[in-house]
Design a protein around this ligand. Sequence first.
Ligand code: SF4
Length: 338
Amino acid sequence: MSGRLLEVRGLSVDYRVGRGRLRAVDEVDVDLRRGESLAVIGESGSGKSTIAGALLRLLPIANGTMTFDGLDWASLRGAPLRRERHRMQFVPQDAGSSLDPRWRVRESVTEPLVVAGTATREARERASEMLERVGLEPPLQERFPHQLSGGQRQRVAIARALLSDPRLVICDEAVSALDVSLQAEIVNLLVELRAERGLTYLFITHDIALLPYIADRVIVLYLGRIVEFGAVRDVLDHPQHPYTQGLLSSLPDAFPAGGVNKPVRGEIPDPANPPFGCRFHPRCPVAVDKCSSIDPNTVVVASDHAAACHLVSSTDEPTNPAAPRTSVPSSLLRKARS
Ligand code: SF4
């Protein structure tokens, strides 16, 4: 089946802090087509893992709608949610912490299938086949998690995620704990599996260098809001937002188009107390007066490419003023998906 797999509108997620609340994700829209790979990139504290948690229905949402695989995903509760959870699976940063240290890895991978009603023998065979496919030969399958390397444990997590035949696989910093050569191995494996099985991925990452390898489109997130959105090639070759340019400037050899000499200064502010106006203004190397008082609208710069900055000029169509700020305008999304 082709078409849209995931449509998120106006997603907001709050955390309770003392007696107050902190808005970690603010009015974010996400669209994902079947077979597509979308990256969400930003620093620690940008809210990207919170989006993953909300999509996985592990965190309550404050506002917004989520339609996933034809289901009103945000409204599912209890048994219906448990029944449908297999459709969206997760590969965490540290697979070791998600595996029971007392179980051999083949048992860990077999168990969810048995719980879902598959006969034990069939579940064991399917688990073993999948583990082999991700590169774990039978002797390794009999080991305990602590007897495997970090890369091998990530392979176990991938096998477990794929066994339930998910429509969407969310990879949350799935390679960031690995050294560079292992990162390349796991990224290659994920790319191969996507081509082989028509998988749809949502990649959460802070590493902009991974984008060309893992994603078709990217959302750049800053303090809980989308500041730039577009096809990976467009965003890397023509970054519009000073934050995106700053991220790229850390890798000037790989991405010479990204704002060399415009590094992002300082630390991300406390999400409990976001700056007024443009949230990026205290760190922005090109901020102008109005940046500290007026929140920028999202501006379409090209087909399927938009950024939220006062200095970005529209070369396409005007931003829909009714669209939520710092989300991709509905007009753009309709055009991009048609
Ligand atoms: Fe920088 Fe102003 Fe653009 Fe924000 S709106 S990114 S502060 S120039």
